[in-house]
Design a protein. Structure first.
Length: 320
C-alpha cells in the first residue's frame, strides 16, 4: 500500500506539472486542461468539439509537447483516403518490390484535426488503432508505438462540409468535451501574450513517453472497491432507462468511466477511487456516447443535461 500511495503522489505531481506546462500555452479553464491531462495519463482518446478559433488545436499541441511525445498532425479534408492516415505499400524500383511507407498515425500522439470533415471511409481507418493500438494493411498487422493516444477535434455538425462521426467511433473516445468561448479575462490574456496570429510560444517537455507509460500502469493499479464499481455500473445502466435518452451508453463506456475515475483519483493523490471521482468525470465520458430521444431534442435538452439528470438520480454509496 505504501508503494501504491507513493505512485499516486508521483502521478499527482506529474499531472500538476503537465497542467502548468499546458497552461503556459493554452489560455482557458482549468477544468478543460485537467480533462486533457486525465486523457493522456489514463490512456483515453480525446475528442474536442467546438467552433473554430477557440484553441482546440493549441490545447492538443501543448499537451503532446508537454508530455514529450512524438507527434503528428493530420488536417482532414473530404478527399483524404485511409492510406493517407495508415500508410501504404508503394513500388520501389530499386528493390524490385513493394515497400511499406508509414502514415502519420505511426506516432505516440496523433492530432486528427477536424476529423468530421473527412469521409466515413477515412474516419473508419482509426477504429482498429483506437481500440487495439495497431493497424492492418494488405493483410499485415503492425503495432503502433506505445504509449499511443489520439486527440481529435471536430466542428459542430451544423457547420458546412462535415460528416457525422459514427456511433462506433464515438464510443472509442474515452473523453469528450467542449472548450467554449474564453472569459473576458482570458481573452485579454490571449491578446497580451500572443504577438501575432499563429505564433505559439515554445513549451518545455516535463516528461517522456516512458514516463507516460509508467503513469498509465500506476493508474490501472488504483483500487476500485465493489460499492464504487456497482455505482459506476448503475450510472451507465441508468442511461439506458432515462426517458430523454434513446440509446444509452455501452459496456465499453463503463470500462472507460472506471479508468477515468481511477485517473482522477490518482491525479488527486489517492490510491483508491471514491464515488465523486466517477460523478465528476461522468459527463466527459458518457455525454458523447448517448443519443437523445425526439422529445428531448424538441425540449432543447442536450446530452450534458441528460447525463446530469442520470447522476442526480443514481444514489452514491456511503460509508466507504
Amino acid at each position: 500500500m505504501k508503494t501504491q500511495d507513493q505512485d499516486t503522489r508521483w502521478i499527482q505531481t506529474l499531472a500538476h506539472d503537465l497542467e502548468t506546462a499546458v497552461s503556459s500555452i493554452f489560455i482557458g479553464s482549468k477544468e478543460t486542461v485537467s480533462l486533457a491531462v486525465t486523457g493522456i495519463l489514463g490512456g483515453l482518446h480525446i475528442l474536442i468539439e467546438d467552433i473554430p478559433g477557440v484553441g482546440k488545436t493549441t490545447l492538443a499541441l501543448a499537451l503532446a509537447k508537454a508530455a514529450g511525445m512524438d507527434f503528428s498532425r493530420i488536417q482532414f479534408t473530404p478527399d483524404m483516403l485511409p492510406g493517407d492516415v495508415l500508410g501504404m505499400n508503394v513500388w520501389d524500383p530499386a528493390l524490385g518490390n513493394f515497400v511499406f511507407r508509414e502514415g502519420p498515425i505511426h506516432t505516440h500522439c496523433i492530432l486528427a484535426d477536424e476529423l468530421n470533415r473527412t469521409s466515413p471511409r477515412t474516419q473508419a481507418a482509426f477504429l482498429e488503432a483506437m481500440q487495439e493500438g495497431k493497424v492492418t494493411l494488405d493483410g499485415q498487422t503492425r503495432p503502433l508505438p506505445d504509449p499511443f493516444v489520439m486527440i481529435a477535434t471536430q466542428n459542430p455538425e451544423s457547420f458546412t462540409g462535415t460528416f457525422p462521426l459514427p456511433e462506433a467511433e464515438l464510443d472509442r473516445f474515452g473523453l469528450s468535451f467542449k472548450i467554449g468561448y474564453p472569459s473576458a479575462e482570458n481573452e485579454y490574456e490571449i491578446l497580451a501574450r500572443k504577438t501575432a496570429p499563429g505564433k505559439e510560444a515554445d513549451i518545455q517537455a516535463v516528461c517522456n513517453p516512458e514516463t507516460i507509460a509508467r503513469a498509465r500502469a500506476a493508474v490501472s493499479a488504483v483500487h476500485v472497491s465493489d460499492p464504487v464499481r456497482h455505482y459506476i455500473v448503475e450510472l451507465v445502466r441508468a442511461t439506458r432507462q432515462h426517458p430523454d435518452i434513446r440509446l444509452g451508453a455501452s459496456p465499453r463506456a463503463a470500462l472507460y468511466l472506471q479508468q477515468a475515475a481511477r485517473t482522477r483519483a490518482a491525479t488527486e493523490g489517492r490510491s483508491f477511487v471514491i464515488p465523486e471521482d466517477a460523478e465528476s468525470i461522468a459527463q466527459a465520458v458518457l455525454a458523447h456516447r448517448i443519443l437523445l430521444s425526439s422529445q428531448a431534442r424538441l425540449s432543447r435538452t442536450d446530452s450534458a443535461q441528460a447525463i446530469a439528470g442520470v447522476c442526480s438520480a443514481v444514489q452514491k454509496p456511503t460509508g466507504l
